[in-house]
Write a new protein. Sequence first.
Length: 103
Amino acid sequence: MVDPISSAATGRIRSASGAPVADTSSERQQVDKVSKAASISRDQVQLGSSGTSAVVSDLVAKGPPFDFDTVERIKKAIENGTYPIDVDKITRHLFDSHDDIRL
């Protein structure tokens, strides 16, 4: 059975040779000091609304991140019937997605 690490385990710690390791009071004080500091300190994060609202406003003003010219070119190619359609590729992806759903 494994003993948890705690002050109750003091005196039972052994060196590599098997001899008990002495626990000096100065070492114990250092361990206690570190333990107290660890239990007191907590990570905290605070978010302010000033930075996030400026970023959101900037994104809204810029609009969506895609190329309108490319979209228009594809639309015209579809309307004209010149947009290349790879039926084999579409079929392969449909079957692949179907296989993914079944698994």
